[in-house]
Design a protein around this ligand. Structure first.
Ligand SMILES: NC(=O)c1ccc[n+]([C@@H]2O[C@H](COP(=O)([O-])OP(=O)(O)OC[C@H]3O[C@@H](n4cnc5c(N)ncnc54)[C@H](O)[C@@H]3O)[C@@H](O)[C@H]2O)c1
Length: 422
């Protein structure tokens, strides 16, 4: 029993927080916890980050008098926390989450859950053994509008969902790949830990997960992928991929199409858009300037206007507070995030090396320090509109997809679905 267990129902007390990671995306947590609406609910009692002095938010914590440690071990030798927020590079998630739960803290761990199915199993086993809570920070899954949409899908408002198509372009240059401790775009570290960091597991992971999440049969479950037809590519000098076009078939017979890239020019940035096609209606996410417009259109003529999926990206923190105080279910737990990880692992197992776009299509821009593939934005958009993959469209740089079958933890694959326009 940890030092705080007896206080869980004292609603007036702030919840004590350990921040694991202080810079990069963790900087948003620090800002929210010190200055945002969450400041009234939480108190950061300590932080773990060997590089805390390298970020503004890390230095701000020190100025606030928060003790900052280099390791988890040092923190727990001296202190305790009701909850740990883990916002560190992917290969650290599994060990750090387990260590926190073993030492009495509930955990909100950033996405993706981790980089191997074995690690995910171990995280769940520790959660079950310790009785701690473990949430995974895919923020759209904590958003009221996405949860309302999921409810509407589950109750059959849109009829049987046949297909979802998602497209997202987040241009990223070498600065992105060289940030932090240099783990971005890597398959695994020299020390052997898996990372599998790619456009699908990191920056655009939310939108692949979101399709699986929306088609799950329960609030905190996602649909199981059973087959992936996959094309992955890189314009950057990285081990993993900066571009993908995926056609996923789920166990509940839904087709999910996912087009994501970092390798388009800055001016082609495109926030995530999706189209859900059901027997009784469709739902789209598009934009009016900066505003997200998520609308359902039923074949009987009714329109349903949902709110914005990104309206409250830090809502996951107050969800965690509500769960700790005993009155909220967590909508994104390891089981919810696992189907996304299965896709990531299946891609890594199937592609030991990432095909590079052909040389004549790769462009390097000195000003933005960015590699792009010429015409990629237009190609992926055409595929998104048609529900096809680049190879099927006869695109010259495209390589035949890998067809990957997923059965439980078993993954098998063959090359090609045989479809190509001539
Ligand atoms: N939910 C989102 O929208 C979102 C956005 C960006 C990143 N992320 C996730 O957040 C996590 C961190 O990503 P990032 O881009 O901020 O990474 P990053 O490399 O910038 O590192 C984040 C922090 O972790 C610290 N760190 C490194 N090694 C550490 C260690 N051994 N112990 C403790 N701290 C350590 C770094 O010093 C840094 O402060 C990843 O899981 C990423 O996928 C989520």
């Amino acid at each position: 029993m940890n030092a705080y267990e007896g206080t869980e129902n004292r609603k007036w007390e702030k919840i004590s927080v350990l921040m694991v990671g202080t810079g990069g995306y963790a900087g948003l947590y620090v800002k929210e916890l010190l200055h945002g609406p969450c400041a009234s609910q939480f108190e950061i009692v300590g932080a773990v980050d060997p590089y805390a002095d390298q970020s503004e938010s890390g230095r701000e914590l020190v100025q606030h008098g928060v003790p900052v440690y280099h390791t988890m071990e040092e923190f727990y030798q001296k202190q305790a926390a009701q909850v740990a927020f883990i916002v560190t590079p992917i290969h650290l998630h599994a060990y750090q989450a387990q260590y926190c739960m073993e030492h009495g803290s509930d955990v909100l761990c950033e996405k993706p859950i981790c980089a191997s199915l074995k690690d995910a199993e171990e995280m769940m086993a520790v959660r079950d053994r310790t009785g701690r809570r473990l949430a995974i920070g895919f923020q759209w899954s904590f958003n009221e509008s996405i949860l309302k949409l999921k409810q509407d899908i589950m109750t059959g408002l849109y009829g049987k969902v046949r297909r979802i198509r998602t497209i997202v372009y987040f241009p990223r240059g070498l600065d992105y790949y060289h940030r932090g401790t240099g783990w971005a775009g890597k398959r695994r570290l020299a020390s052997g830990e898996w990372l599998l960091d790619s456009v699908a597991s990191n920056a655009a992971a939310h939108y692949l997960h979101n399709m699986l999440f929306l088609t799950g049969n329960e609030v905190n479950r996602s649909a199981e992928p059973i087959q992936i037809e996959a094309e992955i590519y890189r314009a950057n000098p990285i081990e993993m991929f900066d571009t993908c076009a995926l056609r996923i078939r789920t166990a509940n017979d839904i087709e999910l199409l996912f087009y994501a890239t970092h390798a388009v020019p800055q001016k082609q940035e495109r926030r995530p858009e999706f189209i859900i096609e059901g027997e009784l209606g469709m739902v789209t996410l598009c934009y009016d300037k900066e505003r997200e417009i998520m609308t359902g259109r039923l074949i009987d003529g009714r329109n349903i206007f949902y709110g914005e999926p990104s309206a409250d990206n830090m809502h996951k923190l107050s969800y965690m507070a509500d769960a700790i105080r005993g009155n909220a279910h967590l909508p994104c737990i390891p089981e919810t995030a696992l189907p996304h990880l299965k896709c990531i692992c299946a891609l890594a197992e199937s592609f030991h090396e990432t095909p590079q776009f052909t040389d004549d299509f790769i462009h390097y821009d000195e000003d933005t320090r960015q590699y792009t593939c010429i015409g990629l934005g237009e190609t992926l958009n055409m595929c998104w509109e048609r529900g096809s993959l680049p190879y099927e469209e006869g695109v010259s740089w495209a390589q035949e997809s890998h067809v990957i079958a997923l059965q439980g933890d078993e993954i098998s694959f063959e090359k090609g679905n045989g479809k190509r326009k001539v």
